[in-house]
Design a protein around this ligand. Structure first.
Ligand code: SF4
Length: 444
């Protein structure tokens, strides 16, 4: 009888892509996916370790899922992803119901690992210097957007981050494998490709760099849009900027993590750029791609962050003018370099600082979105709005969520929408009643 796999994914898009990779491997080994943990022969959680509360949530979820093992003793419970790699045997010790702990470089052998875990608890957490899974076909979820991991791991070792320790050293997929995946996704009907990597623009395959990759992908038939996330500011070359300017399908949006606007903090974070270099890059990006939308990540309350440092971040955010920002309060991650330092900004102060940034960014996002009102934007239709099935939702070229009334469009169509109203998080096409706009707002 066919075995059934139930898989939950936590964390970033790299994990979403890894889950599709695991499902591809499991399908080939004869598993089918089930949406009900109660029906599953194997329950797998693909986990995140980026923040403490992410781990607490997984422990809670493992506790709940253990009941399926109690009811059906043959059920296997596995933990994959960054938390598995981070905790290793400690996870098996802490949750005895877990049968398999598999890190991000162990997915090629997943079916065999599961077979082994039927006999004894199994640990597969060896990091690889060369595993890219470039030759494996993922089982992609339905939709208009295909995630394609083009590189894995990270060599940057930012002080607050454990990614280099849980995902290993940086390595890129061969260019031809990436293009094969893009062509395959296009043939399957995906309209948009998102290239993924921890430092995606550090991509390199021999002589071919990220710029070559963008140019080659731009020529693939069937694909309408190309995006990428997340680039590192220090890895943007002139060649990549020229490719961004030239490639018609590469969308005018860059997520460019800043983390802090203070050089003192950037140095302690080991971000390897100064705020001056960052802002110069922003100017070059905007010159290369007129109308470019920018989003970012910011950490407040990093160890040693003074009021002056915080004000420097606040000023930098104002000067750059982001379309959106992911704002985080610093929390130490065991294993990261900064976890050895005194977490000396009190939580109440972190809250005060982040609240200021949230409010200021909200206004900045609103101002930038309001500037689009009255203009026509091209939207890729993703599906009916969750809040009102009479409306479609999709992303415009600059990656802003756009809601508009359904007519006779279909999912996957590119349509031109006249924007009638805007909130900090959403653009509304003509015909969305003002009474429904607040309800439709895609507040993060
Ligand atoms: S660049 Fe820094 S923050 Fe990003 S994954 Fe690498 S170490 Fe982590």
């Amino acid at each position: 009888m066919q075995r059934r796999i139930y898989l939950e994914t936590y964390g970033c898009q790299m994990n979403v892509a890894d889950s599709e990779l695991m499902l591809g491997q499991l399908h080939r080994a004869g598993y089918e996916r089930t949406e009900e943990a109660a029906d599953a022969d194997v329950i797998l959680l693909n986990t995140c370790a980026i923040r403490e509360h992410a781990e607490q949530r997984i422990y809670g979820r493992l506790g709940e899922l253990t009941r399926h093992k109690v009811r059906r003793p043959g059920v296997l419970l596995g933990v994959a992803g960054c938390m598995a790699q981070h905790l290793k045997t400690r996870l098996l010790e802490k949750v005895p119901a877990v049968d398999l702990v598999v890190g991000p470089d162990g997915y090629r052998d997943l079916p065999a690992l599961l077979d082994g875990a039927r006999d004894e608890p199994t640990l597969a957490v060896r990091l690889s210097r060369d595993e890219t899974y470039g030759d494996l076909a993922p089982a992609r979820a339905d939709g208009v957007r295909a995630w394609v991991s083009i590189m894995r791991g990270c060599d940057k070792f930012c002080a607050f981050c454990i990614v280099p320790f849980v995902r290993g050293r940086e390595r890129s997929l061969p260019l031809e494998e990436v293009l094969r995946q893009v062509e395959h996704a296009g043939a399957e009907g995906f309209k948009e490709i998102v290239f993924l990597g921890q430092t995606v623009n550090a991509y390199r395959d021999g002589e071919d760099d990220f710029a070559s990759l963008l140019r080659r992908a731009d020529a693939v038939e069937g694909i309408a849009r190309i995006r990428f996330t997340s680039p590192h500011p220090s890895d943007f070359t002139d060649r990549t900027l020229e490719a961004l300017a030239d490639c018609r399908k590469v969308m005018p949006h860059v997520h460019l993590p800043l983390q802090s606007g203070s050089n003192r903090v950037l140095d302690r974070m080991r971000r390897i750029y100064t705020i001056e270099e960052y802002e110069e890059l922003v100017a070059r990006l905007r010159a290369a791609v007129p109308g470019l939308a920018l989003s970012t990540d910011i950490i407040v309350g990093f160890p040693g962050e003074t009021e002056d440092d915080f004000e420097a971040t606040r000023d930098a955010m104002r000067r750059v003018g982001y379309d959106s920002a992911f704002l985080f309060k610093y929390s130490p991650r065991p294993g990261a370099r900064s976890a050895e330092w005194d977490d000396d900004v009190p939580d109440a102060e972190k809250t005060r600082r982040i609240t200021i940034l949230i409010e200021e960014q909200k206004q900045a996002s609103l101002d930038r979105n309001a500037a689009v009102v009255g203009q026509d934007v091209e939207v890729l239709v993703e599906g009916p709005s969750k809040r009102n099935p009479e409306h479609w939702f999709g992303k415009c070229r600059r990656f802003k969520t756009t809601i508009f009334p359904r007519r006779n469009e279909a999912v996957g169509d590119l349509v031109t929408i006249r924007i009638a109203a805007a909130s900090p998080y959403t653009l509304f096409g003509e015909g969305v009643p003002s009474s429904l706009r607040a309800m439709e707002d895609a507040t993060p």
